[in-house]
Write a protein that binds this ligand. Structure first.
Ligand code: ADP
Ligand code: MG
Length: 678
């Protein structure tokens, strides 16, 4: 038996059991050993009955003072009642319908009981406890993620077998040097103790090792993904066209925009590849900065690729870049998945022969058949939706091109180090002039008539509005209106005099584009949509944002949505409609009404959600972690980062013998990451 053997090889695991394990994602012995307990029942430090915590199960050590007596009940169940004491406090014990359990408790003998203790009048009570003889070693008992038909005890038995078979030969992926330096236990010990610790101390030792290992593997993998030669970039800019472009803009750039452009251009003149993040809140004007860089590159005879997460956004960028670069002779092309084959081939040809300098698109840009003659700069917008692998795939279409990522989401430094490595940051901390505060209100559904009044008035005055619904199509059981139904209801009823457009994710993209264009051109008054407009959409004349069932959205998402208005001359407003009664829901919406600062909103979000969820790792294209939590385990993360850097200096490609197991585990961790590692 080895790690890759299927669990059916264990005793007591037939086909049926194996299927249950499969539901938990366990197929091989490896999976089984790494199915870590969700939590533990602590039988290692019994407490006194009178100190027992409320509402939480605990362990007590007791002597049976009165044997269990059967009392039949009217419902036909048999109730067993008896009494125990911990030496100070007597307690009544009740067992339901199990003579087997009841007979375990013999008068005069000592036991551990595990369960919830209720403090009744004059008497403590425990119902249906788990029972172990006091002679048994006290320990922590694993509680596994369970599925129907497969309980923790059954899982624990399988784990025990696997441990017995493999404990001695399990390959330790951590090189001795690292284990010593960071004082980490051996893998055999860690696996045994993560499942069956005798004490909290043992558990901590095991956890620390496994968390460290996972975070180390994560970072080694990310370093490999990001790996770029630190040697000369293929593209060192020699001429400076910044001022020329900034003068040509239809507005005067903010100080922050000018600074950001200069910082990036300075990077691109050093001869080394730029690696820079542009962080700016929604509406801070990131696109104009990107356009300036594109202009700079094109004037220097180089090509740029601009990648956006959605077709709508790619199309909008295409329009913006085309407009801003109009009359310069710079050719911009749009490349998305929905382009017809012939058009696609033509764009490919123009990128390859260099007659087109700027490709704006979705991940269609990564496609193998896309080649550039001279790719100098890769820009990704709202990048937290791209995996590192995708960004690097694009970068590999040039020779060490410069990288520029733009984001509205503030990312904690430690997390950004993992995702981007060492990168420089420019901040757009100044709002373009004329940017208006967006008055934000949280209101109940009962106010819909007033909302419709407001919308009619807005449209009469020449303004436009968005109405966002959480779901495009009604999933069964859900009472939420779909965007399509809602649009129809409004068109047939309260907003019959307005021109209403509809936009949702599954629409054909030519159709999406048509609707978006019509809205941007003012041919539609109101756009009913799902969150497809969440990122980046820019129609300055839109001044009212209504978000239905607002409690169904995350705070950063609400912030993004709200950022679609307040972009032009008009007084703008955001209305969050919600009938949710919960405290958290109310507080979240309250935060939105109180602040317009994206950073604060992200922080509040973290507070209200708890760290586990922070910036869903998957969104960043990171692999799923089994035991580590990047926010909670920040200290270990830092050590693991140091270790990863040390090791990758010593053996960058993980080719040495001492890296063999490390390499295998890194590949295993990244097996399911889009783009993957090799
Ligand atoms: P984001 O940072 O959210 O991507 P955009 O680049 O979409 O923001 O810019 C938002 C709007 O502000 C656009 O309509 C853009 O034309 C406008 N804008 C950008 N910079 C300025 C400026 N310096 N002065 C006036 N308007 C600006
Ligand atoms: Mg944008």
């Amino acid at each position: 038996m080895d790690l890759d053997s299927v669990i059916g090889q264990l005793k007591g695991i037939g086909e049926k059991r194996a299927q249950l394990f499969a539901k938990l994602g366990v197929f091989t012995i490896y999976d089984l050993l790494h199915l870590y307990p969700r939590t533990y029942e602590d039988w290692s430090s019994p407490c006194a009955i009178r100190d027992a915590p409320r509402e939480e199960p605990c362990c007590v050590r007791v002597t049976v003072t009165q044997e269990m007596q059967a009392t039949p009940t009217r419902s036909g169940l048999v109730l067993y009642k008896g009494a125990v004491t911990d030496g100070h406090t007597p307690m009544e014990v009740t067992i339901f319908n199990s003579s087997y359990q009841a007979q375990k408790l013999r008068a005069g003998e000592e036991y551990y009981l595990y369960g919830k203790i209720e403090m009744g009048i004059g008497m403590a009570r425990m119902s249906a406890p788990e029972i172990a003889p006091a002679a048994q070693e006290p320990a922590l008992r694993p509680v596994y993620p369970q599925t129907k038909g497969l309980n923790s005890a059954a899982i624990a038995r399988a784990v025990r077998q696997a441990l017995l078979a493999l404990r001695e030969t399990y390959p330790d992926c951590l090189p001795d040097r690292l284990r010593q330096k960071y004082q980490l236990c051996a893998i055999g010990y860690a696996l045994e103790k993560i499942h069956f610790p005798a004490s909290q101390e043992e558990l901590e030792i095991a956890r620390r090792r496994l968390i460290f290992e996972e975070l180390l593997l994560l970072q080694l993998g990310m370093i490999r993904l990001r790996h770029r030669s630190r040697e000369a970039s293929g593209v060192c800019l020699t001429h400076n066209y910044t001022e020329e472009f900034l003068r040509s803009l239809p507005f005067s750039p903010t100080g922050a925009q000018v600074r950001a452009v200069r910082e990036a251009c300075a990077d691109m003149r050093t001869g080394l590849p730029m690696n820079r993040l542009l962080q700016g809140d929604v509406g801070s004007g990131k696109t104009a900065v990107a356009a300036a860089l594109v202009y700079e590159l094109a004037r220097n005879g180089l090509q740029c690729a601009v990648m956006a997460p959605t077709e709508i956004l790619a199309e909008q960028h295409y329009r913006t870049f085309t407009a801003l670069l109009d009359g310069t002779g710079i050719r911009v092309e749009l490349l998305t998945g929905s382009l017809r084959a012939k058009a696609k081939r033509e764009v490919h040809a123009r990128l390859e022969d260099g007659s087109c300098q700027v490709a704006v698109g979705t991940h269609a840009l990564i496609s193998e058949s896309v080649r550039f003659r001279d790719l100098g700069l890769v820009i990704t917008d709202e990048q937290h939706r791209f995996g590192v692998a995708q960004r690097m795939a694009l970068a590999h279409k040039g020779v060490n091109p410069h990288l520029y990522v733009m984001s509205a989401t503030p990312i904690p430094r430690t997390l950004s180090l993992i995702i981007y490595g060492d990168l420089d940051v420019s901040v757009l901390d100044e709002r373009p002039p004329g940017r208006r505060d967006i008055a934000t209100y949280a209101v109940p559904g009962a106010l819909h008539p007033r909302i419709y009044n407001l919308l009619r008035k807005t449209v009469r005055e020449g303004g436009q509005a968005y109405i966002v619904c959480p779901l495009a199509e009604q999933s069964d059981g859900s009472t939420l209106l779909s965007a399509a139904e809602y649009a129809k209801k409004l068109q047939d009823g309260p907003l019959r005099d307005c021109r209403i457009g509809l936009l949702y994710g599954r629409m054909r993209s030519a159709e999406k584009d048509r609707v978006m264009r019509a809205f941007a051109a003012g041919e539609l008054d109101i756009l009913v949509s799902t969150t497809v407009i969440e990122v980046g959409v820019d129609v300055p004349n839109a001044c009212v944002m209504v978000i239905e069932n607002a409690d169904h959205f995350g705070l950063p998402q609400l912030h993004q949505l709200r950022g679609r208005v307040g972009r032009g001359e008009r007084e703008s407003m955001c209305i969050l409609v919600s009938d949710a009664g919960g405290e958290t829901a109310k507080r979240r919406l309250h935060v939105m009404c109180e602040t317009a600062d994206g950073f604060k909103i992200a922080q509040e979000d973290l507070k209200l959600r708890g760290p586990g969820d922070f910036f869903g790792a998957r969104q960043h294209g990171l692999p799923n972690l089994r035991i580590a939590d990047m926010m909670r385990d920040m200290d270990i993360l830092k050590q693991a980062r140091e270790a990863a850097l040390l090791w990758s200096q010593y053996d960058p490609d993980l080719r040495r013998t001492s890296s063999r197991e490390l390499r295998r585990e890194v590949l295993r961790l990244f097996a399911n990451v889009e783009g993957g590692l090799n």
